[in-house]
Write a protein that binds this ligand. Structure first.
Ligand SMILES: *[C@@H]1O[C@H](CO)[C@@H](O)[C@H](O)[C@H]1NC(C)=O
Ligand SMILES: *[C@@H]1O[C@H](CO)[C@@H](O)[C@H](O)[C@H]1NC(C)=O
Ligand SMILES: *[C@@H]1O[C@H](CO)[C@@H](O)[C@H](O)[C@H]1NC(C)=O
Ligand SMILES: *[C@@H]1O[C@H](CO)[C@@H](O)[C@H](O)[C@H]1NC(C)=O
Ligand SMILES: *[C@@H]1O[C@H](CO)[C@@H](O)[C@H](O)[C@H]1NC(C)=O
Length: 515
C-alpha cells in the first residue's frame, strides 16, 4: 500500500503550516457529503418514481455528458459498507439528501414504505456508529410528477406539497436527525435550471446553447426562487411550531457561495462585484435575514421580481437557524452596464456584470483554483452585510480527472489549504461550525457525469461490485480526523505541479480589498 506509507511518512514531519484536528473547537464538525440521485442508484426499485433529474439525464444531460443515476454508487444497497468506511475514516457527520420521489413517489399522497425503511436504515446505521446525519430535503431532484402537474417550482402549489413532504421527514426521522436543510443551492437551481437551462428542469427561452422546450428566462428564475423561499419558510415555520422544542434540532437553507473579486480596482468593478454578490447570494439571504430582496435587484429586475406580501415577508425573515454554504471556485467580476439595454433580459443581463474565470476557462472541466483568501473575504463581507449567523460548509471540494484519481495530490492540497483557512476564519471571528468535503466518494456529478470526480474514495464503476478504494485524499483526511499532524510538505509538493500557489503576496492583496 504505497499511498498509505507516503501519507504516514509525511504526517510525522512538522512544519509551520501544520495543524491538527485538536486546533479546532471540539464541537466543530468534520464530515463528507453526497446527494440522493448522485449516489443511491436503485432508481427504479422498491417504488421510487423519477425526479426531474432522472428525466434530464435520460434526455442526454443537455448534451454535456453521458450517463445517469440509475445505478450510481448503489448506496441504496451498499449503505452499511459505506457507513463502515465513514466510521473508519473518523467522520463526525455525513450529509446526504432524501429522494422526495423515493419517499413520496408522486410528490404528494401516499408514503412509500420501502423508501421510509431505507432512510430509517441509513440513519440508524449512521447514529449507531456515532455519525450525525445532516439531511437535505431537496437537492435538485423534484418529483417529476409535480413538474408535470403544475410546473414544479414555478407554481405556488409547490409550497403546500413541499411543506407536507417536510412534515413527513420531520415526523419520521426528526427524533434522530438534528440538522435539516430544506433546499440545496437554491440560487443555482433557480438560475441554471430556469435561466440558462443547463440543469433540470431545463427551462429557458433566450437563445442558449441548450435547447429548452419551454420556459421563460426573464421571469422564471425569479419565480422559482420566490417559491423556494416561501416553501422553505413554510417548512421552517412548521418545524419550529410542531417539532423543534421536542426534537431540539436546527433548520437552514443552502446556497452556492460564488467567490467573486473585482477584475480591476476601479469603483465600477468594485460596485459591480457587490451587485454580483447581491444577485448570487443576497437574492436569497436578504429575504431570509431581512424579509425583502436586495435593492440592486429590485432596481434592475423591476416588475419581473416577485413581491412578498407583508405576511410572507415576516414568514421568510429569520427563517434560518444556519446557512449551508457550498463553495468551489472563484471568479473575476467586471462591470457591464450595456447588458441593461437589452430588451429581453435574463438573470445574467439583469446583473449587468461580465464574469471572468479566475484561472483556466472556468468551465468546471479542470482543476479548480485554490483561493481561500477570496472565500474568507466573502465571509467577512457577508457577516458585514447580514450579521452573524452559524455557517456550515456543506460542500467544498476539488475536481480531478478520473484517470489521475488515486494519487490525487491536487485534492489533498485543496483540502489542506481550505481546512487551514477554516482555522484562520475561526480566529478572525467568523461563525463557522462545520466542514463537509464534497464528496465522500466519486458520485454521478452534476456537470461532469462520471468523467470527473470530487470523491475521497475512488469507485470502480466498471467493476459490477462498484468497489470503493481510498484515494490519497481519503488517507490524508483520515489522518487529520484522527488527530495526526498534517503539514505543508504536502502543500509544497503539490505547488510544484499546480498553478496558482497560495502565497502570502496574494493573501495581503485580497485582505486590502476586503477593507
Ligand atoms: C439545439 O438545436 C440546434 C438546432 O436544431 C442543434 O443544431 C443543436 O445541436 C442543439 N443543441 C443541443 C445541445 O441539443
Ligand atoms: C416572458 O414573460 C414576460 C413577462 O410576462 C413576457 O413579456 C415575455 O414575452 C415572456 N417571454 C417568453 C419567451 O415567453
Ligand atoms: C489594486 O490596488 C492595489 C493597491 O492599491 C494594487 O497593489 C493592485 O495591483 C491593484 N490591482 C489591480 C488589479 O489593479
Ligand atoms: C476548457 O478547458 C478544458 C480542459 O482544458 C477543455 O476540455 C474545454 O473544452 C474548455 N472549454 C471551453 C469552453 O473552452
Ligand atoms: C487524463 O485526463 C485529462 C483530462 O481529462 C487528459 O488531459 C489527460 O491526457 C489524461 N491522461 C491520461 C494519461 O490519460
Amino acid at each position: 500500500m504505497p499511498l498509505l506509507v507516503a501519507a504516514i511518512l509525511i504526517s510525522v514531519v512538522s512544519f509551520a503550516n501544520a495543524f491538527t484536528r485538536n486546533d479546532f473547537p471540539p464541537n466543530f464538525l468534520f464530515g463528507a457529503g453526497t446527494s440522493a440521485y448522485q449516489v443511491e442508484g436503485a432508481a427504479k426499485e422498491d417504488g421510487r418514481k423519477p425526479s426531474i433529474w432522472d428525466i434530464f439525464a435520460y434526455a442526454g444531460n443537455a448534451g454535456q455528458f453521458e450517463g445517469n443515476g440509475d445505478i450510481a454508487c448503489d448506496q441504496y444497497h451498499k449503505y452499511k459498507d459505506d457507513v463502515k468506511l465513514m466510521a473508519k475514516m473518523g467522520l463526525d457527520a455525513y450529509r446526504f439528501s432524501i429522494s422526495w420521489s423515493r419517499l413520496i413517489p408522486d410528490g404528494k399522497g401516499p408514503i412509500n414504505p420501502k423508501g421510509l425503511q431505507y432512510y430509517n436504515n441509513l440513519i440508524n446505521e449512521l447514529t449507531s456508529q456515532g455519525i450525525q446525519p445532516h439531511v437535505t430535503l431537496h437537492h435538485l431532484d423534484l418529483p417529476q410528477a409535480l413538474e408535470d402537474e403544475y410546473g414544479g417550482w414555478v407554481s405556488r402549489r409547490i409550497i403546500k406539497d413541499f411543506t407536507a413532504y417536510a412534515d413527513v421527514c420531520f415526523k419520521e426521522f426528526g427524533d434522530r436527525v438534528k440538522y435539516w436543510t430544506t433546499v440545496n443551492e437554491g440560487n443555482v437551481g433557480a438560475s441554471w435550471g430556469y435561466g440558462i437551462g443547463i440543469l433540470p428542469p431545463q427551462r429557458c427561452s433566450l437563445p442558449s446553447i441548450y435547447n429548452c422546450s419551454k420556459g421563460n428566462s426573464s421571469t422564471e428564475p425569479y419565480l422559482a426562487a420566490h417559491h423556494m423561499l416561501l416553501a422553505h419558510a413554510s417548512a421552517a415555520r412548521l418545524y419550529r411550531k410542531k417539532y423543534q422544542v421536542k426534537q431540539q434540532g436546527f433548520i437552514g437553507f443552502n446556497l452556492l457561495i460564488y467567490g467573486v473579486i473585482p477584475l480591476t480596482n476601479t469603483s465600477e468593478d468594485i460596485i459591480a462585484t457587490q451587485r454580483a454578490q447581491d444577485f448570487y447570494i443576497g437574492w436569497f439571504l436578504n429575504p431570509l435575514i431581512f424579509g425583502e430582496y436586495p435593492s440592486t435587484m429590485k432596481k434592475n429586475v423591476g416588475s419581473r421580481l416577485p413581491i412578498f406580501t407583508s405576511r410572507e415577508s415576516n414568514l421568510v425573515k429569520g427563517s434560518i437557524d444556519f446557512l449551508g454554504a457550498n463553495f468551489y471556485s472563484s471568479f473575476y467580476i467586471k462591470n457591464n452596464p450595456g447588458s441593461l439595454k437589452k430588451k429581453n433580459r435574463d438573470y445574467i443581463a439583469d446583473m449587468a456584470v461580465e464574469v471572468k474565470s479566475y484561472s483556466g476557462n472556468g468551465s468546471f472541466t479542470e482543476e479548480l483554483p485554490v483561493t481561500p483568501w477570496i472565500l474568507q473575504g466573502m465571509l467577512h463581507s457577508l457577516k458585514n452585510d447580514y450579521g452573524d449567523f452559524p455557517i456550515y460548509f456543506h460542500e467544498i471540494g476539488q475536481l480531478t480527472g478520473r484517470n489521475s484519481s488515486l494519487d490525487d495530490w491536487p485534492r489533498v492540497w485543496y483540502m489542506h489549504e481550505y481546512i487551514g483557512s477554516m482555522l484562520d476564519m475561526l480566529r478572525n471571528g467568523l461563525n463557522i461550525r462545520g466542514y463537509f468535503v464534497w464528496a465522500f466518494l466519486d458520485v454521478f456529478e452534476l456537470l461532469n457525469g462520471f468523467e470527473r470526480s470530487f470523491g475521497l474514495y475512488y469507485v470502480h464503476f466498471e467493476d459490477p461490485s462498484l468497489r470503493r478504494q481510498p484515494k490519497l485524499s481519503a488517507v490524508w483526511y483520515s489522518n487529520f480526523l484522527n488527530n495526526r499532524l498534517v503539514d505543508s510538505k504536502i502543500t509544497m509538493k503539490t505547488e510544484e505541479s499546480s498553478s496558482g500557489p497560495a502565497n502570502h503576496h496574494k493573501r495581503v492583496k485580497i485582505a486590502a480589498f476586503i477593507k
